[in-house]
Design a protein around this ligand. Structure first.
Ligand code: FPP
Length: 301
């Protein structure tokens, strides 16, 4: 993140605010490239208020909007949100249907804001199994934002880390069968067949609601991620919580099994690809064609 962006963020946060106090502790040079979030606790949030579980999911949409806006302001390269796991089909049918309805509503309402903020929207998971009308809306949002060069937003839907690895292995086998060449697999081969092949691995994994587990999320990709868990339930997650996570992340010494900070030796080609689109790393090339908006568009409430 550039100093100018930091200044813009501080202007937005307003002098004297908690957001501003926290943001001043951030090192603009060490903003993570990719943040992944396990959004947990919607059901408990609703239960505490004696509301139906789906009220918690509805309230969670505000936190989704806020973290996306924050990531845009902080020039985080990629954000991956775990919205629906392969195991979530076990929930009551009405809850599952409400989640798809909420997602569709979210897409209709927020797409203009995503476009204005230069967000590129993508999904990861076994998308073919989702209701057709949900797939259509997702496709539309992906096409509409495909040329954007700002935040790469990934929503994980019908996602499982193990199924992703199974899909990757099957894709590698299919390619080997087709080419007829002897099969030799290394880490880069697997990384390049994951749903996240175009992205660097997450630097930071955030989980809300206090549970200390990874719940089958990005199992391969979080090998070296820093994990930050908050007791806050997802609908209560605000800008200050993200800033606290980032401050804590910046205090950690990342050794990747070695003795000092150095990226792991095997990285996917995607690292280079995304570095190319993160403003600040490559300002001259990316910004001229598809500039970040100078002032952030507010998503509708
Ligand atoms: C986990 O809480 C949350 C989910 C399974 C769904 C997340 C969905 C949203 C935040 C809303 C819509 C998303 C988008 C991307 C627009 P839980 O129900 O497991 O909570 P609990 O553990 O307290 O029961």
């Amino acid at each position: 993140m550039s100093q100018a962006t930091m200044k813009e963020f501080l202007d937005w946060a307003k002098p004297g605010s908690e957001e501003s106090r926290l943001a001043m502790q951030l090192d603009p040079e060490r903003i993570p490239r990719h943040v992944a979030v396990i959004m947990d606790g919607n059901g408990r949030w609703a239960k505490r208020r004696r509301l139906p579980r789906v009220a918690g999911h509805r309230a969670g949409v505000r936190s989704v909007r806020e973290i996306i806006e924050d990531c845009c302001r902080l020039e985080i390269g990629a954000l991956t949100l775990y919205a629906f796991s392969v195991e979530n089909w076990k929930r009551p049918r009405t809850e599952v249907e409400t989640l798809w309805g909420l997602l569709r509503h979210y897409l209709h309402q927020e797409l203009p804001g995503l476009k204005k903020n230069n967000v590129r929207f993508q999904v990861i998971g076994r998308i073919d199994a989702l209701p057709q009308e949900v797939q259509n809306d997702l496709d539309f949002a992906m096409v509409e934002t495909a040329a954007n060069s700002g935040l790469q937003l990934n929503i994980a839907l019908n996602y499982g880390g193990r199924s992703e690895l199974v899909d990757a292995v099957n894709a590698i086998l299919a390619r080997a069968r087709q080419s007829g060449e002897p099969l030799q697999v290394d880490e880069a081969t697997i990384s390049s067949h994951l749903y996240t092949a175009h992205l660097p691995d997450p630097d930071l994994l955030i989980r809300t609601s206090g549970e200390i587990r990874v719940s089958n999320f990005l199992l391969w990709q979080i090998a070296y991620a820093e994990i930050w868990v908050t007791e806050k339930l997802w609908p209560d997650f605000r800008t200050c919580d993200l800033l606290e996570a980032l401050i804590d992340y910046q205090k950690r010494e990342r050794r990747y099994g070695g003795l000092g900070e150095a990226a792991p030796s095997v990285e996917s080609e995607a690292d280079a690809t995304l570095v190319g689109v993160i403003p600040g790393k490559n300002d001259d090339a990316g910004e001229a064609q598809n500039p970040r908006p100078s002032s952030l568009h507010k998503f509708p409430e």
